[in-house]
Design a protein around this ligand. Structure first.
Ligand SMILES: C[S@@+](CC[C@H](N)C(=O)[O-])C[C@H]1O[C@@H](n2cnc3c(N)ncnc32)[C@H](O)[C@@H]1O
Length: 495
C-alpha cells in the first residue's frame, strides 16, 4: 500500500509541513522564513516613517530598533564559520573584481578560497541590515539579449521549440573561446570542472543505489544526452563556421550545462519577464541555509542594476551567503554539487499511498484516493506524543482512514489504539525496506574516495539519518501504544 514516491515539487514541501511545528529548540518555521518576516516588518516601519503621517515616530523608531535587535540576535545564533584557504592564488578573481570596478560594479566584498566550497565572497566591512553588499549594472549581466545580437541567432531562432536558455548555453560554449569577448575575464575565472551530480561517474552512482538521487541523476543525464544529440551534431554539420565542432563536444556541452545550472540566476527584468542570467562577481556567492542575501533578482529600474542587499548583518571578514532557493540536498547535489551545512527542511522522503482497494482486508474501509506524502527527519518535529510520534499528521490521518471503519479520534480507546498500531506498522515496514535498499555507507573508505563518491556517501548518510529517525519514532510509538493497550485492558478487567 505504501511505496516510495517520485520527486516532489518543492513548494509542496512548505505547504505539507506548513502546520507542523518544528524542533522544540526553535520557535520559527525556517531560518529564511523568519528572516523574511522580520525584514517585512522593518520595511513596513520604514514606509510608515517615510510617509511622516505617524503621530508617534518615537514608537516606530523603538519598534524598528527592537526588530533590528531581533535580526541581530537571530543572525548571531545562526552563524556559519568560514575557513579561508590562504595559499591559493586569487589572481583571476582579482582581475574580475578590477574589471567589475571599471564597469561600475560597487562591492563591499572580496573573493577568497574558502574551505569546502571553492571561492566565496567575504565582507570587507561590517554590513548592516539593508546595506547593499554588491551592485551589478545590467550592462555586464549575461542574458538572452547577447544571443539576439550574435551571428547564431538567425540559425537558432528557426529551430522549433528551442528555449532562450538553450540558445544562451550554446552561445556561452563559443564565447568562452572568444579572445575578444567582453566577458573574457569572466570566462577566465570560471572553474575548469564544476563537479556536480551531472558529472558523477559509475562508482558514485552505484553508491546511490536505493536512493531517489540515483533516479534524479540518471534522468538528468539522459535528458542532457538526448538534448545534445538532438541539437548539436546537426548544427555543427550544417554551420561549422558558426558552430565549430571542436567547441561543441559532448564534454563541453556538459560543462556549459553545469555552468548554467550552478551559476545561472533568475532575474526579473523591468518588463516584468523572468530570464536566466549569468551575473559576473555575484557568481562567487555561495549558498547557505542561513543566508545574508535573500532578495536580489529584480532589476532596479532607476539604476538599471541588480542590488544584493543583506537581510541580516554580516561582519567584516565573514563569508556573505546567498540563498539559491528552497532546495533539497538531492537537487543541490545534482545541479550544484554540494550539500549545505545544517538541517535542510527540504530533505524529505516522499511516499505514495496507492489506492489500497484489493490489498486491504475486507473488514476495513479503504480510502479511495491515492496521495503523495512526505516524511522528514523526526527530530525536526516537536510532538512525539501518542497520536503524533514526530510524524506528519497528513500521512498519519490518511493511513488511519485506510484502517478504520469510522473516523478515528485522538482518544486512547482500544479501537483507536489498534488503528494506531496498524498505521505505525505500515510506516515501519515501508522504511525498514527502504533502509535495506539503501544499505550501509562504507565510512572507512570515504577518506580515500574520489570527490563524487564522497559526495554520494555524504548524501546517503543524510538519507540513513532521516530513515533511522523515522524507525526510532515508530518503535517508540509502538511501545507507547502497547503500554496504553495494557492500561486499557487493565481498566476493562477491573471495571
Ligand atoms: C554560484 S557558484 C558559487 C561560487 C563557487 N564557489 C566558485 O568557486 O565559483 C555555485 C557553486 O559553488 C559551490 N557552493 C555554493 N555554495 C556552497 C556551499 N554552501 N558549500 C559547498 N559548495 C558550495 C558549488 O560548487 C556550487 O555549484
Amino acid at each position: 500500500m505504501l511505496k516510495r514516491a517520485r520527486i516532489i515539487h518543492l513548494d509542496e514541501v512548505e505547504l505539507y509541513f506548513g502546520e507542523v511545528p518544528v524542533s522544540p529548540s526553535v520557535e520559527f518555521y525556517s531560518h529564511r522564513n523568519e528572516l523574511e518576516a522580520l525584514n517585512s516588518i522593518l520595511s513596513l516601519i520604514d514606509i510608515s516613517c517615510l510617509s511622516c503621517q505617524h503621530m508617534r515616530m518615537d514608537v516606530l523608531q523603538e519598534l524598528r530598533n527592537a526588530t533590528l535587535d531581533r535580526i541581530q540576535e537571530f543572525g548571531d545564533k545562526n552563524r556559519l564559520e568560514t575557513r579561508i584557504v590562504e595559499d591559493l592564488s586569487i589572481e583571476k578573481e582579482e582581475c574580475i573584481l578590477q574589471w567589475g570596478e571599471r564597469n561600475d560594479v560597487r562591492t563591499k566584498l572580496k573573493i577568497a578560497y574558502v574551505e569546502g566550497a571553492g571561492r566565496g565572497a567575504i565582507a570587507t566591512e561590517d554590513l548592516k541590515v539593508g546595506d547593499v553588499a554588491l551592485e551589478i549594472p545590467m550592462s555586464i549581466v549575461i542574458s538572452e539579449e547577447l544571443v539576439h545580437e550574435s551571428d547564431m541567432f538567425p540559425i537558432l531562432e528557426k529551430i522549433d521549440g528551442i528555449s532562450s536558455e538553450t540558445m544562451l548555453l550554446l552561445w556561452s560554449m563559443k564565447e568562452k573561446h572568444n579572445s575578444n569577448s567582453k566577458f573574457k575575464t569572466y570566462f577566465n575565472a570560471l572553474p575548469e570542472a564544476f563537479n556536480t551530480g551531472l558529472s558523477f561517474e559509475f562508482d558514485a552512482i552505484m553508491v546511490l543505489a536505493g536512493t531517489l538521487l540515483l533516479e534524479e541523476i540518471i534522468e538528468a543525464k539522459k535528458h542532457l544526452n538526448a538534448q545534445y544529440e538532438e541539437l548539436v551534431p546537426a548544427l555543427c554539420k550544417d554551420h561549422p563556421d558558426i558552430f565549430p565542432p571542436e567547441f561543441y563536444t559532448q564534454e563541453q556541452f556538459l560543462w556549459a550545462c553545469e555552468l548554467w545550472y550552478s551559476n545561472g540566476m533568475q532575474v526579473m527584468f523591468t518588463d516584468g519577464k523572468l530570464r536566466t542570467c549569468l551575473i559576473p562577481i555575484a557568481g562567487f556567492l555561495n549558498h547557505s541555509l542561513y543566508p545574508h542575501i535573500m532578495h536580489y533578482g529584480k532589476v532596479d529600474s532607476k539604476t538599471n542594476s541588480l542590488k544584493f542587499g543583506v537581510s541580516k548583518p554580516c561582519n567584516m571578514g565573514e563569508q556573505c551567503y546567498l540563498s539559491y532557493g528552497n532546495f533539497s540536498s538531492s537537487h543541490l547535489v545534482t545541479f550544484y554539487g554540494f550539500i549545505p551545512q545544517g538541517d535542510n527542511l527540504y530533505d524529505t522522503i516522499p511516499l505514495e499511498i496507492d489506492n489500497p482497494q484489493g490489498d486491504c482486508p475486507e473488514e476495513f474501509h479503504p480510502v479511495s484516493d491515492s496521495a503523495t506524502h512526505m516524511v522528514r527527519g523526526t527530530w525536526l518535529s516537536n510532538n512525539h506524543e501518542i497520536f503524533h510520534y514526530g510524524l506528519p499528521p497528513p500521512l498519519l490521518d490518511h493511513l488511519r482512514s485506510a484502517w478504520s471503519t469510522v473516523p478515528p479520534t485522538k482518544t486512547p480507546t482500544l479501537a483507536n489504539l489498534e488503528v494506531e498500531e496498524k498505521v505505525l506498522r505500515d510506516i515501519l515496514s515501508t522504511y525498514e525496506t527502504l533502509m535495506e535498499c539503501i544499505g550501509d555507507t562504507e565510512e572507512d573508505n570515504r577518506r580515500n574516495s574520489s570527490w563524487d563518491v564522497k559526495l554520494a556517501m555524504e548524501y546517503k548518510a543524510i538519507q540513513r539519518r532521516i530513515i533511522s529517525s523515522i524507525l526510532t519514532s515508530c518503535h517508540s510509538g509502538l511501545k507507547t501504544i502497547e503500554n496504553e493497550m495494557c492500561r486499557c485492558a487493565a481498566l476493562t478487567s477491573s471495571g
